[in-house]
Design a protein around this ligand. Structure first.
Ligand code: 4AD
Ligand code: MG
Length: 465
């Protein structure tokens, strides 16, 4: 029977049975006693399995002894309890097939040693073969599934919102414009000049920055919905927290206000972390040992601690009274910078913080104006060690106020006609937020750079692979 490395390590289907495992060689060590120990990974779990290969196999000299890191193997043999330090089962090999050797072992990029993260980004197609990226890859899947499971259990529907769009969901102008390669049929304006803006079959179109506006429409029919997919930002910020292409999960709830939204965000994050601690113990142990010493303890603390809710206005007072010298001066009306967020979360509160009700000028047009006329019902969830992980708001459900804010932001009401309709036909208070998936993953795994939380990172100056 063919089994995964994970199954074999756990002794499935039983001590003494004949099994076949298929995977890639991590290491090979030959003993003087005429045996080789080959460690094999197939991605199914953190640990490799050991195959003990006797020298009397017919292909021992010309194949087994040529096995190097990265070669693919199919090993059939008997499952036996491992003599080694408490590591489950191993395989007493009776047959070793080699579908593919490594052409030039000396120059194979993934050697069995620790590589720098910068180097591994240059070999993004091979980095899943490392311990670290194997663990990140399993974690990415587990977290995605935890998100779908939590929302499904809470009665949400997953809505697939479009990637090609004409509206700027954040009104921030950070969109990539689509263009065509059809040089013969480039769009022309009235005077016959090429008009690169009209490239989507005669219209201007962009890659979406957020599925929020589209998902709001479904919220006002289905009550609890979310969109979860890739989003794109043309902000050219070369930081460890920004990608040009990242995944975002955006739940949206009807008949809900900002407090309901914060409640959902808290329950959501805690549920994800509980799942991770429960289901990915082998990978979490590795992250804690090799990547971030507090990887496990801080997730546990997160799950146990009630989030602190702070009004933006109070946050500004706290920062002013801190006696800290910030690079960006603090005053009511400024957006919180990373250094401010870090002080609030790490030094002042020491737990996750939800900052609520920001000045209206610094937040998006769709956010609901509060009765004070100066703030909007926005919220950011800030986590120790990472900063903003969630951004959300109660939406402006009143047409007149929405129109006023769109005008203030210079947005064309015609482009947003369908969005305005939602306020004309059965409007209700509703709210939602966006959770940056890669920022979340960085936090869980303890990795410092967001480029290592997505298989193929897209940032300014890098789009190969
Ligand atoms: O705060 P943002 O811009 O909010 C929205 O897009 C709303 N439409 C969400 C909503 O209310 N439905 O983005 C939400 C989150 C941020 O908190 C951050 O975690 C992540 O998305 N994010 C990025 N992650 C990686 N690279 C970037 N360039 C990011 N920009 C935002
Ligand atoms: Mg934000």
């Amino acid at each position: 029977t063919v089994v995964s490395v994970k199954q074999a390590l756990a002794g499935t289907p039983g001590e003494g049975s004949e099994v076949t495992v298929r995977g890639w060689v991590r290491t090979r060590r030959d003993s003087k006693a005429g045996l080789s120990f080959v460690h094999i990974s197939d991605g199914s779990c953190f640990a490799p399995i050991q195959a003990v290969v006797p020298a009397d196999l017919p292909n021992y000299e010309n194949e087994v002894q040529r096995l190097t890191s990265g070669a693919s193997v199919i090993v059939t043999g008997t499952l036996v309890t491992s003599q080694g330090k408490g590591q489950g089962f191993e395989i007493q090999a009776a047959k070793v097939e080699v579908p593919g050797f490594v052409d030039d072992p000396e120059t194979y990029p993934i050697q069995p040693k620790q590589h720098s993260m910068e180097f591994l980004r240059e070999v993004a197609h091979l980095r899943p073969r490392t311990n670290l990226f194997g663990a990140v890859t399993r974690m990415r899947h587990t977290v995605m599934m935890a998100i779908h499971r939590f929302l499904t259990e809470q009665g949400f529907y997953w809505i697939n919102t479009p990637i090609i769009t004409t509206s700027d969901a954040e009104g921030a102008g950070d969109m990539f414009r689509l263009s065509t390669l059809d040089l013969a049929n480039l769009p022309r304006d009235d005077k016959g000049a090429i008009d690169f803006r009209k490239d989507f079959f005669g219209r201007e179109a962009f890659l979406t920055v957020s599925g929020q506006l589209n998902v709001e429409a479904y919220c006002l029919a289905m009550s609890k919905v979310y969109t979860f997919g890739p989003t794109f930002r043309a902000e050219n910020s070369n930081t460890a927290r920004h990608l040009a292409e990242f995944w975002m999960v955006e739940p949206e709830i009807a008949f809900a206000d900002l407090n309901d939204n914060a409640d959902l965000a808290e329950a959501f994050l805690k549920s994800i972390f509980r799942t991770v601690l429960d289901e990915r113990q082998d990978d979490m142990a590795f992250f804690a040992e090799r990547v971030h010493p507090e990887a496990i303890t801080r997730l546990q603390a997160f799950v146990d601690a009630p989030f602190e809710r702070i009004q933006y206005t109070d946050a500004i007072e706290i920062l002013k009274k801190s006696g800290k010298k910030f690079e960006f001066p603090v005053a009511w009306g400024v957006d919180l910078q990373t250094e401010h967020e870090r002080y609030l979360v790490e030094e002042h509160v020491g737990r996750p913080v939800v900052v609520m009700n920001y000045p209206e000028e610094i937040k998006a047009f769709y956010m609901r104006l509060n009765d004070d006329g100066k703030t909007v019902a926005a919220m950011d969830v800030l986590a120790p060690g990472i900063g903003e992980i969630i951004g959300g708001a109660q939406r402006e459900e009143r047409l007149d106020r929405l129109d006023a804010r769109m005008q203030q932001f210079g947005l064309d009401p015609e482009t947003y006609g369908w969005y305005r309709d939602l306020r004309r036909y059965g409007t209700v208070p509703h709210a939602g937020f966006g959770l940056g998936f890669e920022r979340l993953l960085c936090y869980i795994c303890g990795i410092a750079n967001i480029r290592d939380a997505i298989p193929y990172p897209r940032v300014a100056g890098s789009a190969e692979f």
